[in-house]
Design a protein around this ligand. Structure first.
Ligand code: COA
Length: 261
């Protein structure tokens, strides 16, 4: 992964931290930034040594303040559809990633930024962060899956209210409504809390974690029978060495040593 201009990527202990890095533009998602995100997600899919991912924004002001509005000028009826489909495809790579992806929301998560956070499996946010889908202020709607995922996370009433009013929602309120998993009081607490949760997940059996992600995503996939998906996933887990190790460790009253196979 070379030539990343708008993302900073670092890896430690199997956790890849992806930082959207355009702080002077509040980390707005330009098309190039999105393409880089696609490259990084493909790397995650191709690299089992990446066991988990954190997505965050550079600086203390913004996670991501939306798609790059400066790039909207040439948008028309035809290329806007491709624009939305491209973003949706990249965010689906995050949502369907077989390894856990956690958003560490350090500031404004607006428009495409809120959509990016929602595509991640979990969200940890500093209390001063603000969430919102303010696209109607610009005469458009969310295009990177926001209408769907916000409704899934907070329910129809709040999703409609927040998208139609374009309100900026404080992280504490977003937490009350299920958009955010955990809030932390200060920026200094954000990464420790995010890593605490991610490391707890990484201490479990990796194949089981992958199956949980797939089965929960199946709830929202209209063509899929989630109960069948769950039964298949359950039997896949039962084929693994980690299943044998997990049950053996329980009976031997010791911590399990999972190997991801
Ligand atoms: N796209 C492109 N540039 C953006 C941006 C976006 N989504 N959000 C912020 N920026 C840029 C600003 O244009 C400004 O650039 P400049 O210094 O070259 O003029 C810089 O980031 C700082 O933003 P600014 O608006 O001056 O900061 P602020 O503290 O006054 O306001 C926000 C912060 C988040 C309230 C405001 O930037 C905003 O409303 N952004 C757009 C949010 C949005 O509508 N997102 C959905 C897009 S679909």
């Amino acid at each position: 992964m070379t030539n990343l201009d708008n993302l900073a990527v670092s890896q430690q202990d199997g956790i890849l931290t992806v930082t959207v890095n355009r702080p002077d533009k509040l980390n707005a998602l330009s098309i190039k930034t999105l393409e880089e995100l696609k490259t990084v997600m493909q790397h995650v899919y191709d690299t089992p040594a990446v066991r988990g991912v954190v997505v965050t924004g550079a600086g203390e002001k913004a996670f991501v303040a939306g798609a790059d509005i400066a790039e909207f000028t040439g948008m028309n009826e035809v290329n806007s559809r491709k624009f939305a489909e491209n973003g949706q495809e990249i965010f689906a790579m995050i949502e369907n990633c077989p390894r856990p992806v956690v958003a560490a929301v350090n500031g404004f998560a607006l428009g495409g930024g809120c959509e990016l956070a929602m595509a991640c499996h979990l969200r940890v946010a500093v209390e001063t962060a603000k969430f919102g889908q303010p696209e109607v202020n610009l005469g458009i709607i969310p295009g990177y899956g926001g209408t769907q995922r916000l409704t899934q996370l907070v329910g129809k009433a709040k999703a409609l209210e927040w998208m139609m009013t374009a309100d900026m929602v404080p992280a504490t309120e977003a937490h009350r409504h299920g958009l955010v998993n955990h809030t932390v009081p200060t920026q200094a607490d954000l990464m420790p809390k995010t890593l605490e949760i991610l490391n707890k997940i990484l201490s479990k059996a990796p194949v089981a974690i992958e199956m949980v992600i797939g089965c929960v995503n199946a709830v929202y996939n209209k063509g899929e029978n989630g109960y069948q998906t769950e039964a298949n996933a359950f039997s896949i887990c039962c084929k693994t060495e980690d299943f044998k190790e997990g049950t053996k460790a329980f009976l031997e009253k010791r911590p399990a040593r999972f190997q991801g196979k």
